[in-house]
Design a protein around this ligand. Structure first.
Ligand code: SAM
Ligand code: ZN
Length: 272
């Protein structure tokens, strides 16, 4: 089971003690116990659980179809390339596990752990790769992962928490983050309101804890159906700012097939 591969990198969300796998649960020495779901993931939310709603099974299924069609393959390639020296990878908000699975394929001796606040997502991450473990946790709370536990942390259009990233990264480790450029999905986002301040905010949140080591510009034109284009918007950084009816209106205003600019930055940061 893939949880066995990473259990020494987990910590108890209640007392921060080390965890071990015991039959169908992970347990700390103080007796806090967390059942391993039949689907192979474990929920490590501390007291009070979480108020964040993760992606629903329907959202994840739509995203999995979109990614399986290969529209974002160049992004996955760039992410895997940025982690070519990885031995242990943590993915924040891993969604379907698409990027983590490919990074592990590219690194045959690395182990991976994807976490997401959505149980439906954790179910998919656990199936994404034989060396990928899945945990339900909230990126905005203390993470249930040990100090210095990972050589690499990554996030693709997902939440980031600079203090926790810095804590769980081993010395010399790297944080790889995919962020949209200003013209990402421009043909679509010109039609709706967008969050243009994202790159600026990233610089601010990482400031003081990380230095940018390298940045790769990934830019191409993808041919998408109207439905796929709607999916690209929904799963991107502006997805949260659009409600269902605005998204539906966008899709119905689009031609059947269209060319869409995909423009992201793959940044590699080192802790200072
Ligand atoms: C836009 S999706 C990106 C998923 C994946 N990285 C990808 O690109 O396919 C954002 C993901 O972050 C998860 N998420 C949102 N808030 C979260 C939080 N506070 N903690 C952990 N995951 C969260 C969502 O459930 C969703 O799977
Ligand atoms: Zn404990």
């Amino acid at each position: 089971m893939s949880l066995d591969l990473v259990v020494d990198r987990l910590r108890c969300p209640v007392c921060a003690g080390a965890l071990a796998v015991e039959s169908a649960a992970v347990r700390c020495a103080s007796g806090h116990s967390f059942d391993i779901a039949r689907d192979g993931y474990v929920t490590l939310l501390g007291g009070g659980g979480t108020k964040v709603f993760g992606d629903t099974p329907a959202m994840l299924a739509a995203r999995a179809d979109f990614l399986a069609a290969g529209h974002y393959q160049p992004i996955a390639d760039a992410v895997s390339h940025a982690m070519s020296d990885a031995t242990s990878i943590l993915e924040i908000g891993a969604g379907t596990g698409y990027y983590l699975g490919q990074a592990l394929d590219a690194q045959p001796s690395a182990v991976g752990l994807g976490f997401d606040v959505s149980k439906a997502s954790a179910r998919r991450i656990a199936r994404a790769h034989t060396r990928a473990a899945a945990v339900v946790a909230d990126a905005w709370r203390d993470w249930p992962f040990a100090d210095d536990a990972f050589s690499h942390v990554m996030s693709v259009f997902a939440p980031r928490n600079a203090a926790e990233i810095a804590r769980v990264l081993a010395s010399g480790g790297a944080y790889v983050v995919v962020t949209p450029q200003s013209d990402h999905l421009v043909e679509l986002l010109d039609r709706v309101r967008v969050d243009q301040d994202k790159a600026q905010r990233l610089a601010q949140t990482l400031e003081g804890r990380f230095v940018l080591e390298s940045a790769e510009d990934v830019r191409f034109v993808a041919e998408m159906t109207a439905a796929e284009a709607g999916q690209a918007v929904a799963m991107g950084p502006s997805g949260h700012h659009l409600d269902v009816s605005a998204l539906r209106a966008l899709v119905s205003s689009l031609p059947e097939m269209m060319h869409v600019t995909v423009a992201v930055n793959v940044g590699t940061y080192r802790a200072v």
